[in-house]
Design a protein around this ligand. Sequence first.
Ligand code: SUG
Length: 446
Amino acid sequence: MKQVEVNFDGLVGPTHNYAGLSIGNVASLNNANAFSSPKQAALQGLQKMKALHDMGMIQGVLAPQARPDIDTLRRLGFTGSDSNVLEQASKRAPEVFSACCSASSMWTANAATVSPSADTSNGKVHFTPANLTNKFHRSLEPEVTGRILQATFDNDKYFQHHQHLPENEHFGDEGAANHTRLCSDYGHAGIEMFVYGRYAFDSSKPAPKKFPARQTLEASQAVARLHGLSDDTTVFVQQNPDLIDQGVFHNDVISVGNQNVLFYHEQAFLDTQNALDEIQRKFGEQKLHFIQVDTKTVPVQDAIKTYLFNTQIITMANGEMTIIAPTECEENPIVANYLQELTSLNTPIKKVHYFDVKQSMRNGGGPACLRLRVAMTGAELEAVNQHTLMSDAVFVRLNKWVNKHYRDQLSVNDLRDAQLLDETRSALDELTQILNLGSIYPFQRQ
Ligand code: SUG
């Protein structure tokens, strides 16, 4: 079987909510405390997964995390019954409480960095969960993410799982949101491009002034070492610090790559020409398509608002590429015109499909945030936990499961309700059976 790239989308959790937790992520701050619709969010996510499956792609599902995170609240000094922990924490430390309720694990681009076997020194697919140290609510994710990945890619012969990097800002790591791979074919060795926001150990180097740079160079280098990547096929590029200050909190908000295409905004990187030269030199003779979008064509603010670059570029069976874009791109005339023109240029991108992922967009997560890419050989794909792969039957089952367990509407206040905690736990317990994951959640391991 031919090598494929599988998108593993994060299933939106039953406590999806808007808490305004991500400084530097403009959408998250703008929608703080708005009502959310967990059911609609989860169904929107499933629709996107099913649509890609129907387009002939292989699509996977990654389980969400359990929230509210009672264990962390206990670690922070709240005691008594679970219901007491919820009540005390929400009253006495409301900000800490809402951070412990975030359903942010749905953005699986931040779950881990993945290197396919063609790139690694031992020929296995490597996974390093992201430590997400920059935001407290996200720093609660890596341990359970590691367990979800182990249960999904549960075969030592083909998959190697690393522990997340040390939990400190010096090694701030946001996973695949700051990593992309260029290759002639998914199964051939590719160029792994790591984009970092700042140097952790050298404060004289350029860095953003207003918003945090979540990814450090030293973290990216550590992941490349862990994965056994060769210097000859690895490139480290600094993100433009001015753009981080304008709200580009991850590289995947301003650039995306697929096979021989790098699609990026003119202002995305600090030293664009050198970066492109190095990528092309290391890539070899075959010419890459560098698709640069100039500021005069699409201003940075339009790119951020519409998530033009947080699109998925996927390769169809006939070799042509399709862009999976949020409907926000279609609704913005500048961006919609640009995308229409793009499909007529001399590049592999020939189609655009728009998807409604508004529930995710309101927290700053577009189509590309919702998926973790894993390129695999046929044998590796067979070794994946098959229950996590999308099919007509899995789609029906997961829709039923969402409709049975999820609330239509949720406010931040509802999160202190012990009844919601019970609902969430029974939903997730059932999900681990559907996806055959075993006991991955802390509440299942006590
Ligand atoms: O880490 N939002 C996420 C969005 C992540 C998007 N991911 C990528 N671009 N790959 C974040 O900022 C907001 C949660 C809240 O405010 O309730 C949040 O965590």
